[in-house]
Ligand binder design. Structure first.
Ligand code: PGA
Length: 251
C-alpha cells in the first residue's frame, strides 16, 4: 500500500498576507516534491493571499481551524462553506493549542471532521499526549480516546480520507523531538485503531508526525514505516527550512 505523503506548514499566528505571499514566492522554486502533497496552513487573514499566490502550483492550502456549523450566530468563527469559497482545501482540527487555550472539545471534533469530509475538504486531525501522560504510561489510552471520539461520526468508508497528525504535546515548540521509536510506535498504534474500525482504512489513512520537526531531524522521522509526512510549526516559517523538510521525504 503506498500512501501519498503530506508535509504541512502550520504557521499558527504568524505572517501577514504580504509576508505569506513572499513566502510562497520563495518556496515554489525550491519545491521538487513530485509524489508528495505539500500544504500551507496560514492564519485566516492570509488564506486568500496564499490561495492566489499558489494558483497553478500543486501547493495545497488548509486553514488552522473551522467551525462545524454551516452558518449562524457564532461571533468570530469561520465556516466550512466560507473556506471552500476561498479555494481552501481543508483544515487542521483539534490542534493541542486549540484544545488547551480555546476549549476545543471532542464533541466539536465529532461534528467538524464529518462536516469537512461532506464538503470535500481534508480534515487534518491532531492528537497527542502530554508529558505527564507519557510518564504515567497513559499515551495509548489518551490516543485511543482522542481518535475514537474525533472519528465517531465518520463512516468507515470515509475514514481513509481523514489525515491524522500525531503530535506529542511535550514535543511541540520545545525542540524536544520524539525519538524515532516513540514516533513509530505511537503512529502504528493510531493506524491499528483506524484499522480496528476498517482494515483497509488502516492501511490507507495518512498519519503524520508533528512536534519540533526540523531540517536536521526530518529525514529520520519521515523514513519511518508508518510515518506519512509531517506537520511542521516553527521550522515552517522560513521557506528554505520548510523546503528542506519537504526534500527530506524518502525518494
Ligand atoms: P513545532 O509545532 O513544529 O513548532 O513543534 C508543530 C505543531 O504545533 O503543529
Amino acid at each position: 500500500m503506498t500512501r501519498t505523503p503530506l508535509v504541512a506548514a502550520n504557521w499558527k499566528m504568524h505572517k501577514t498576507a504580504g509576508e505569506a505571499e513572499a513566502f510562497v514566492a520563495a518556496l515554489l522554486p525550491r519545491l521538487s516534491s513530485a509524489g508528495a502533497d505539500v500544504a500551507l496552513c496560514p492564519p485566516f487573514t492570509a488564506l486568500a493571499a496564499v490561495v492566489d499566490s499558489a494558483r497553478g502550483s500543486a501547493l495545497q492550502v488548509l486553514a488552522q481551524n473551522v467551525h462545524e456549523a454551516e452558518q449562524g450566530a457564532y461571533t468570530g468563527e469561520v465556516s466550512i462553506p466560507m473556506l471552500a469559497d476561498l479555494g481552501v482545501q481543508g483544515a487542521i482540527v483539534g490542534h493541542s493549542e486549540r484544545r488547551q487555550y480555546f476549549c476545543e472539545s471532542d464533541r466539536a471534533l465529532q461534528l467538524k471532521v464529518p462536516a469537512l469530509l461532506a464538503a470535500g475538504l481534508l480534515p487534518l486531525l491532531c492528537v497527542g499526549e502530554t508529558e505527564e501522560e507519557r510518564e504515567a504510561h497513559d499515551t495509548e489510552r489518551k490516543l485511543r480516546h482522542q481518535v475514537q471520539e474525533a472519528l465517531a461520526g465518520v463512516n468507515d468508508d470515509r475514514l481513509a480520507d481523514v489525515a491524522i497528525a500525531y503530535e506529542p504535546i511535550w514535543a511541540i515548540g520545545t525542540g524536544k523531538v520524539a525519538t524515532p521509536d516513540q514516533a513509530q510506535e505511537a503512529i502504528a498504534f493510531i493506524r491499528a485503531l483506524v484499522g480496528g474500525r476498517d482494515a483497509g482504512a488502516g492501511e490507507r489513512v495518512r498519519i503524520l508526525y508533528g512536534g519540533s520537526v526540523s531540517p536536521d531531524n526530518a529525514a529520520e522521522l519521515l523514513a519511518l514505516p508508518d510515518v506519512d509526512g509531517a506537520l511542521v510549526g516553527g521550522a515552517s516559517l522560513d521557506a528554505a527550512s520548510f523546503a528542506a523538510i519537504v526534500a527530506s521525504l524518502p525518494g
